[in-house]
Design a protein around this ligand. Structure first.
Ligand code: SAM
Length: 259
């Protein structure tokens, strides 16, 4: 039933998103954002290096004991299972690279590090970027650190712990957030809590990106609340992710697009 709902939602999105590759966007900034951050096709030099590492991780049989934050239980998994199922795919991770690049972000926060590949993309834009990524599992964070070393990326700081407990403390020591990627707990209550905590640290050009906005009816509820929040202006709905802007010069409007 859940799968059927998801498929119907996807086809409805494709229908709504036809011919909207940035056409009809009147804000010059948002139009350039769609062309340069969403639809740009040219690969950047770091992409093949990260993708080669992703391919290697898909053969890594090391076992990990990780906490499932959904159920609160520990379970055994393998690096290769995580690499195959839990990470943003190249096309979305590369979009995040382009968002960080286009917005000239300096302070990047990711909730949900996993093996660190998406954090690696965002940090690789520029070694001056301060990328903080939060992960609950110590063992998974260990593999992510190993990956940053392999990629010679030195500007990601992983904070290990339950985001419910560590985010507020981190934000207390944070001035402004430029780009935030929400990709940890996929339940509306947690997503809204993190959104409301992070929004205290925005500036007009901050960009938030939410993963899996139609993954469940509950996630869709969170996405709709975020879109309607009075502090949010434009939003871009790419079905797999939702991009949120706060600039008061932008229209209060959701643009549905497909990648
Ligand atoms: C979907 S994966 C992140 C994938 C990563 N952003 C990428 O694209 O490469 C989600 C991660 O969030 C972590 N996580 C989920 N809930 C969490 C919580 N409450 N606190 C800390 N980490 C959490 C999980 O352990 C998992 O590694």
């Amino acid at each position: 039933m859940k799968r059927l709902r998801f498929i119907l939602k996807y086809f409805s999105h494709l229908f709504d998103a036809k011919n909207t590759r940035g056409h009809g966007i009147h804000s010059p900034y948002l139009y350039r954002f769609t062309q340069n951050a969403i639809y740009e096709k040219n690969p950047f030099y770091v992409f093949p290096k990260i993708e080669l590492l992703r391919e290697n991780l898909k053969f890594d049989e090391r076992k990990l004991f990780v906490k499932d934050y959904g159920t609160g239980t520990d379970r055994e998994t393998r690096v290769l299972d995580i690499a195959k199922t839990s990470l943003k795919s190249p096309k979305w991770a590369q979009l995040l690279y382009r968002v960080v690049n286009f917005t000239k972000a300096q302070q990047v926060l990711e909730l949900g590090t996993s093996l660190g590949l998406t954090a690696a993309y965002m940090a690789a834009v520029n070694s001056e970027i301060n990328c903080v990524s939060m992960e609950g599992s110590d063992e998974i964070a260990g593999i992510a650190r190993e990956n940053f070393e392999k990629l010679e990326i030195e500007n990601v700081d992983i904070i290990v712990g339950n985001i419910d407990e560590i985010l507020e403390m981190h934000l207390a020591a944070t001035d402004k957030l430029d780009v935030v990627f929400f990709d940890a707990n996929h339940r509306s209550e947690a997503v809204m809590k993190y959104f409301n905590q992070c929004i205290e640290h925005i500036h007009p050009d901050s960009v938030f990106i939410f993963d899996d906005i139609y993954w469940s009816a509950d996630m869709e509820k969170a996405w709709n609340e975020i879109r309607k929040d009075k502090r949010v202006t434009a939003t871009i709905d790419l079905f797999e992710i939702g991009i949120v802007f706060f600039n008061k010069n932008f229209p209060k409007k959701t643009y549905k697009m497909k990648l």
